[in-house]
Design a protein around this ligand. Structure first.
Ligand SMILES: [Fe+2]
Ligand SMILES: [Fe+2]
Length: 292
């Protein structure tokens, strides 16, 4: 696909080396897009799950390693995918699959952004993924399903991995979207959209990622982008990825996020439940999957 048709005229300002750099990112496992297709079906079996995941043997090995980690507290070891499905459950396994499939990307550290040097970017990506999943499931106005929400959240800042290389080097700090545009001609949402399209992820996800800092021009994906923005805001309250351990006890003020909640048509009365669900999905994340 040509750059112009994929992304519009703003791409004329993008430096060639930037696009070249996107090619050298670790690729996302094919299993991710196949899982998203499965998730759109009303019904699928453990066998379907196994068929898809078997296409990536490195992923199977990592999945079993994580499934056997302390996280799941099993007394006997799990050696096959069908066993893992029975003992851990498809829902949990899928989360591990997404986490493991993307770790080549999210485990990287960024020199110029202010994530914690020890896996801060990974924590931020995972946390926003979990939070987005909760929010899209709570919203009646969001075009994404829970899994698409999770993947959008997990990969929402992937553009930063490329932009980081082109920023004037300095100490880790917050980098504005204007600074990003100055450095490479695009902000990380726009570049993220390009990268996700290269990986053939559905446009519902790539468009959501593009607009996660400004949902109003996102058209029919505005609900997804707003959910992602809200997830990001909530996670920022807990300093997810900036500080380890994260600060989950910090109260999240509804008033600060009311506009996004209204946009997503999530009633104010659901706020406490939503925050509870997000907290529950994040508890222990700084230890979970960290089985290296
Ligand atoms: Fe983010
Ligand atoms: Fe972002």
């Amino acid at each position: 696909m040509s750059v112009d048709t994929a992304l519009g005229s703003e791409w004329k300002t993008v430096r060639f080396e930037v696009l070249e750099k996107t090619e050298s990112l670790p690729s996302l496992s094919i299993v991710v897009s196949e899982f998203l297709v499965l998730a759109r079906r009303d019904f699928f079996t453990a066998k379907d799950f196994e068929t898809v995941i078997s296409k990536d043997q490195a992923l199977v090995a990592r999945l079993l390693k994580v499934a056997n980690s302390g996280l799941y507290g099993r007394s006997r070891s799990i050696t096959t995918i069908p066993e893992a499905v029975v003992l851990i459950g498809v829902d949990n396994l899928k989360k591990i699959v997404y986490a493991v499939s993307s770790e080549g990307l999210t485990r990287q550290s960024l020199d110029n952004y202010d994530y914690h040097p020890n896996q801060g970017f990974w924590l931020h990506s995972m946390g926003v993924g979990f939070a987005t999943k909760v929010l899209v499931e709570a919203s009646s106005r969001c075009p994404l399903n829970g899994e698409e929400g999770f993947v959008a959240g997990l990969l929402h800042d992937v553009g930063k991995l490329v932009i980081d290389e082109f920023l004037p080097s300095g100490k880790a700090r917050g980098v504005s979207r204007e600074e990003e545009k100055e450095a490479v001609g695009l902000d990380h949402g726009e570049l993220g959209e390009y990268i996700l399209k290269q990986w053939n992820l559905p446009s519902s996800i790539s468009t959501t990622v593009r607009y996660h800092h400004d949902h109003s021009p996102a058209g029919e994906m505005a609900g997804g982008a707003a959910a992602l923005a809200l997830a990001e805001g909530i996670c920022a309250t807990w300093e997810l990825g900036k500080r380890i351990p994260m600060n989950l006890s910090q109260e999240v003020p509804y008033e600060q996020f009311q506009v996004l909640m209204d946009f997503l048509a999530i009633d104010a009365s659901k706020w406490d439940q939503v925050i509870w669900d997000i907290r529950q999905s994040l508890v222990g994340l700084d230890e979970a999957f960290a089985d290296e």
